[in-house]
Design a protein around this ligand. Sequence first.
Ligand SMILES: Nc1ncnc2c1ncn2[C@@H]1O[C@H](COP(=O)(O)OP(=O)(O)O)[C@@H](O)[C@H]1O
Ligand SMILES: [Mg+2]
Length: 357
Amino acid sequence: MSIFSEMYFTPDEFSRIAKVEKSFISALENRGVLQTTKKRVGNVDRKMITLEGMQNYFRNLRASDSVAAATEMLMNGTGAVSAGPQIPIEAVAMATELAVKKPTLKKQMFYNVKGGTGKSTLTAQYVMRSAMMGYKILAIDLDGQGHLTVNLDVLDGHERPTIYDVLINDLPIEQAITEVAPGLDLIPANLQLCNIEIPLNSKPRREYRLGEAIEKIADQYDLIVADTNPAASILNGSMLVTADLVNVICATNPLSFHGMSLVMATIENMEREFRKKLNVKIIPNMYDAREVISQEVLGELRSQFSTWCAKSVVNRTADLNEATKRRTTVWNVSSKGTAAQDLSQMTEELLFTQPQV
Ligand SMILES: Nc1ncnc2c1ncn2[C@@H]1O[C@H](COP(=O)(O)OP(=O)(O)O)[C@@H](O)[C@H]1O
Ligand SMILES: [Mg+2]
């Protein structure tokens, strides 16, 4: 099991993720909507929420299926503790609205033909942050470098089957799936995947094989997210053919910006060739507000690609590198830091993106 799967949240962290006031937590426990546990920190027992506790809270509310029913569930919770503090209605509204939502665009990919823009880092953070909300998620590593696999702390990826075995050797896709944490599965990658282009090229229906494989298991998941290789490869093309949303990660530096016209041209070519319109979100990454060049690139992205540019921006922070090194989420590094805030905002934006096409 991964480092992420053993994560604990303080009441404060739970309150920020679930958008519930901290003073409400006991009421949620009494109502059976939230389970907490005691964990020894130093020489005191602290109230904590396990990853599964967090996920079950979201699932409990989501099972109620409507905002009205979820609100009822939370308000009754307040009633159960007669001496408990009154909860402002806005707090309940935000919490329930968030909890009952499902991802709007199920099949997503992180994409850029340029390397080093932060695709694998943000994919890993995105799937872990989404998993905290109790969704059932499948991450797929489509890059032979296996950085998503490493970021998710699956260190024996080189011994496991990959999407290569599924697309070339007809391995049933279920057999390529490995569990990273409760609610989070992964199809890992290893160096063999770097050699997939030639055998894939000679397969019948080559661009449709990935989509057809994913379709077989899509019902089991709320969200399927692929990290791709930095090239205009057939493998990436196959993911573009099946994706509902393409998240283009663009670093806020001049070369990354320059490369954007190539990325958008690749997407347009795919749209023409496969007669399909794609939803695209451009996410500016590694932003540094102190640098004029960073500000300029962000401004250009927002003006030239206004239809697609995300509201969220991911700042350049040491926390993201630290999280990569520790193979876990930025929440484990610093739950109040800029990176945790940026990633939370990005996650909510991408989970609930309204389709444009
Ligand atoms: N916002 C950020 N702030 C600081 N470092 C970042 C940020 N985003 C990514 N990185 C770092 O940049 C490097 C390249 O990121 P990576 O996700 O591997 O890019 P890609 O998958 O696009 O090739 C990694 O070391 C990663 O930790
Ligand atoms: Mg990568």
